[in-house]
Design a protein around this ligand. Structure first.
Ligand code: FAD
Ligand code: NAP
Length: 530
């Protein structure tokens, strides 16, 4: 009999978990608190308790070719970076294509998840739910927790002495929807994550003045990289990842700083990170530097004190007449439906094997999906998590001993601090390709580049030097997809199609580069013979 799996939440993590359950012949039931799919990506005018809340203008900071699921490329005409409504459209097409909606019980909140009395032998769970005032429970063989981690605002008011005196308005970025009502105001935005930067830029077009206060600074990247390619198609290649892994730290540091300062000199804009050599999640914002250049946004240091109307900063400067403070200070998370000991959150930290499995359970029948912040897109990441987890549930993959898992957790945490630092915003941060490869290796879906080099050198070169997208993990192993190779070879086409909105006469391209190569070869030949 097929094992029954409860999936908690129908955001992107829940949807892909459902598909992976179906692919593995498991029997899933998804419980979703709200009336629809999409989680964070379903924009609403109002803020809802228990659900992530985004602003109207959110656009993805990971590109479509790097964010799609591995056997379902985004439609060719979709833009490279998607407005939230467009990404939701993709999830809707995806859910329809794989017939996932029939597994979802909407408006059903999971209240608690408890181990069955015979858990040590059965590994089963009792899931208690509430729907339209009616409480129910059912037994499941396994649980996939997909409830998101951008729901609970983190407002560290204790770090802002005088906030109780402040007479203006203040709120967390989660409450921000659009600039309406803030026209002509003086606004102070706290933090320099992606929320802070997006909100500061948007407000700077309506407010009289925007200040952005950062205690540590940040690297700011454009979504547009070399030759106009999306940044992540250039940054996340196996070749670059190898360089980052093998080069001495000093060389890496030099390269990182050089690369990050290529667009504009961060020091001149007051944005330079305090520790320049951490791989902290960068800000992706095409407008922030220009808004600073126009003076519409002023970068300030850490706030040391607030008065009734003003903010005092670490460097002693004071900004008067502040009307509004937006705390874009990130999120914390919790799992109110789980026993404390299962997934214990301490200082925003959890101890999960490979960010998924509680290491101390007698049976590996519960996993968290999406409790992670990869340096690249989260969508292929949660997909590989779900592919592995469902195979563990089926008994096709096994976990190491509790001791080995604990050792791995400790080691991983040390590496994380070393690479990304100790800021609360980096607690779930991971490397991208290394982590994807690690998960793919668990299920036998990691491409073998060496053997591919002999069988299909063109593809091998694409895999190594081209963007490391999710299709790479459908070339071999379980879940192999016939269309993977073609998707890899045609990604440039899908990237270019939405840009080709103006018909241009084909230019008579004189092959200068070819001519130069031939001349070069001739020169070498002449030098050889004479
Ligand atoms: P969510 O989308 O939060 O979904 C969780 C679901 O679980 C919700 O539908 C909720 O209603 C439901 N739920 C919660 N509790 C219960 C319960 N007890 N019972 C039943 N249902 C429950 N990542 C990228 O890779 N690229 C990006 O461009 C990007 N942009 C982002 C922009 C913003 C503003 C933010 C905040 C994050 C962004 N991220 C991005 C990261 C983001 O976490 C992921 O994109 C992704 O949406 C997370 O999906 P999820 O399914 O894990 O969680
Ligand atoms: P975040 O990345 O956690 O950033 C929080 C910011 O607040 C950091 O700059 C942090 O600074 C600062 N901060 C925290 N505590 C502070 C304090 N006491 N005093 C001063 N500053 C403090 O949160 P986020 O920006 O909301 O982003 C959450 C996730 O959503 C990220 O993964 C992000 O990429 C994603 N996101 C994406 C988009 C998009 O795609 N367009 C938009 C928004 C968000 P320190 O670093 O110094 O701690």
């Amino acid at each position: 009999m097929a094992k029954k799996v409860a999936v908690i939440g129908a955001g992107v993590s829940g949807l892909i978990s459902l598909k992976c359950c179906v692919d593995e012949g498991l029997e899933p039931t998804c419980f979703e608190r709200t009336e629809d799919i999409g989680g964070l990506w379903r924009f609403k005018e109002n803020v809802e308790d228990g659900r992530a809340s985004i602003y109207q203008s959110v656009i993805t900071n990971t590109s479509k070719e790097m964010s799609c699921f591995s056997d379902f490329p985004m439609p060719e005409d979709f833009p490279n970076f998607l407005h939230n409504s467009k990404l939701l459209e993709y999830f809707r097409i995806f859910a329809k294509k794989f017939d996932l909606l029939k597994y979802i019980q909407f408006q059903t909140t999971v209240l608690s998840v408890k181990r069955c009395p015979d858990f040590s032998s059965s590994g089963q769970w009792e899931v208690f739910t509430e729907s339209k005032g009616k409480e129910q429970s059912a037994i499941f063989d396994a649980i996939m927790v997909c409830s998101g981690h951008h729901i609970l605002p983190r407002i560290p008011l204790e770090s802002f002495p005088g906030i109780e005196r402040f007479k203006g308005q203040y709120f967390h970025s989660r409450q921000y929807k659009n600039p309406d009502g803030l026209e002509g105001k003086q606004v102070l935005v706290i933090g320099i994550g992606n929320s802070a930067s997006d909100i500061a830029v948007e407000l700077s077009k309506k407010a009289s003045q925007v200040f952005i206060s950062t205690r540590q600074g940040s690297w700011v990247l454009s979504r547009i990289s070399d030759c106009g390619y999306p940044w992540d198609m250039v940054f996340h290649t196996r070749f670059r990842s190898m360089l980052r892994n093998v080069l001495p730290r000093a060389v890496q540091k030099w390269m990182l700083e050089r690369q990050m300062n290529q667009w504009f000199h961060h020091e001149n804009y007051g944005l330079e990170p305090q520790n320049k050599y951490l791989m902290k999640e960068p800000v992706l914002n095409d407008d922030l530097p220009s808004r600073i250049l126009y003076g519409a946004i002023k970068v300030k240091s850490r706030v040391t004190e607030l008065t009734e109307t003003s903010a005092i900063f670490e460097d002693g400067t004071v900004e008067e007449d502040i009307d509004v403070i937006v705390f874009a200070t990130g999120y914390t998370f919790s799992f109110p439906f789980l026993e404390d000991s299962l997934v214990k959150v301490e200082d925003n930290m959890v101890s999960l094997y490979k960010y998924m499995f509680p290491p101390h359970l007698e049976k590996a029948t519960l996993a968290c999906i999406g409790l992670i912040q990869p340096l690249g897109s989260i969508f292929p990441t949660v997909e590989l998590q779900a592919r592995w987890v469902t195979r563990v549930f089926k008994g096709l993959c096994t976990l190491p001993s509790e001791r080995a898992m604990m050792e791995d957790i400790i080691k991983r945490n040390k590496n994380r601090i070393d690479l990304f630092g100790e800021s609360p915003s980096q607690i779930l941060q991971t490397n991208y390709i290394d982590y994807l490869d690690e998960l793919a290796a668990e299920i036998g879906a990691k491409p073998d580049l060496l053997s591919l080099l002999f069988k299909d050198p063109k593809l091998a070169v694409k895999l190594y030097f081209g963007p490391c997208n999710s299709y790479q993990y459908r070339l071999v192993g379980p879940g192999r997809w016939e269309g993977a190779k073609s998707a890899i070879l045609s990604q440039k086409q899908r990237m270019l199609t939405p840009l080709k909105t103006r018909t241009l006469e084909p230019a008579s391209n004189f092959p200068v580069s070819l001519l130069l190569k031939i001349l070069g070869l001739l020169a070498v030949a002449l030098a050889f013979f004479f």
